[in-house]
Design a binder for this molecule. Structure first.
Ligand code: SAH
Length: 353
């Protein structure tokens, strides 16, 4: 048993089954035994690899996309450049390196990072230290100012709840104990006001996922961008509407049972982009698949320029990275970009309009 498993067993024995959100929060964020606070999960030796770790091109293009938004909005003299869940700091390091080519931008930027893991904050400090970042526990703590923000594979880590439709009511999927082991179970169905709109597009036995923290964060970002200007680029895997069980565990690059080793595996769920867009009135209504987004931002030209300096194994891995980021069979269509920008402003380049 992992130390966290013992804690979970005791908690469930005392208080009864817990929601998947509570299980996910404890597994990912328990200060002593949680997944994120105890390790750097990224990279070949970790559990998963993200787009910025695949190639520098990802961060460069997202950085230039924000730079164009900053110019289109009249180059605000001081602004908050922010990232949610910056991991190793690679995305922001690549983005700001690209922004150096834009006169005045970095001078105007104040870097703010929202990150709960002390371990990953240390990694971020190593890469981004010279930019003097300020760390925050939550989006609510960011300063009120024009906000230009990136979030890659952040929203998928936020705790979800799952509901199974039974008539016009919903049974919640919970984590309980059976025969001394963690097991999924279902509560008695009850009406759920928040899920009333989903009665129109689901049928008996369908499972839907909700993520209240994600909606709260989207609302807060939307409010700030509408009030002060700015833009947000949210990249993640997911769909327009949540439907079906997407709760998953990854361990050493393999799918795992989410209940098998609490605290030792990364737990995620697909992002319900429709719910984010509804929570933030300044969200763009159309999602752009990652592959298309990067193509429209010029990844092929950038890939060619980098390829010119490479040969042998380095060239091969560069070509594979380009494919991995953009090809529909890899990250190109499962991953999507949602943009936020103020009403009347020019949309961020690359997004479908
Ligand atoms: N964006 C990075 C890392 C993705 S992993 C990349 O693309 O490589 C998810 C990141 O979000 C980690 O840095 C993790 O510590 C952070 N994170 C997860 N849940 C969080 C929360 N509730 N608040 C703040 N940061 C969180």
């Amino acid at each position: 048993m992992t130390p966290l498993e013992e804690i979970l067993h005791k908690r469930i024995a005392a208080e009864g089954p817990m929601s998947i959100a509570e299980y996910m929060s404890l597994c990912l964020m328990h200060p002593q035994y949680g997944y994120y606070p105890t390790r750097d999960p990224l990279g070949a030796a970790g559990d998963f690899i993200t787009a910025p770790e695949v190639s520098q091109m990802f961060g460069e293009l997202l950085g230039l996309c924000l730079a164009q938004c900053w110019m289109d909005q009249g180059r605000p003299e001081t602004f908050v450049l922010a990232e949610l869940g910056p991991g190793r700091g690679t995305l922001m390091a690549d983005a700001t390196r690209a922004m150096r080519g834009v006169p005045g931008m970095l001078e105007a930027a104040r870097l703010h990072l929202v990150e709960t893991s002390p371990r990953l904050r240390d990694e971020q400090r190593r890469r981004l230290g010279p930019l003097m970042p300020v760390w925050h526990e939550s989006v609510a703590d960011l300063p009120e100012a024009p906000l230009f923000l990136l979030a890659n594979e952040f929203f998928d880590a936020l705790p979800i709840r799952q509901f199974l439709r039974a008539g016009d009511a919903w049974a919640e999927r919970v984590v309980g104990l059976r025969d001394g082991a963690l097991r999924f179970g279902l509560t008695e169905p009850v009406a759920q006001a928040a899920l009333a709109p989903r009665l129109a597009d689901t049928s008996e036995g369908d499972l839907v996922e909700t993520c209240a923290p994600a909606q709260g964060i989207a609302e807060e970002l939307g409010r700030r961008i509408a009030a002060h200007g700015g833009a947000a680029l949210i990249v993640d895997y997911g769909a327009e509407r949540s439907l079906g069980d997407t709760f998953q565990a990854l361990r050493r690059h393999e799918r795992a049972d989410p209940l098998a080793a609490p605290g030792e595996a990364d737990l995620t769920a697909h992002v319900d982009f429709g719910a984010l867009a509804e929570a933030a009135p300044c969200a763009h209504t159309q999602l752009t698949p990652q592959g298309l987004f990067l193509e429209r931002l010029g990844i092929t030209d950038r890939a060619r320029a980098l390829a010119a300096k490479l040969s042998g194994a380095a060239l091969e891995s560069h070509v594979a990275a380009h494919r991995r980021l953009t090809h529909p069979a890899e990250m190109g269509s499962l991953f999507k970009t949602l943009g936020f920008f103020p009403e009347g402003a020019t949309p961020p380049p690359g997004l479908l309009t």
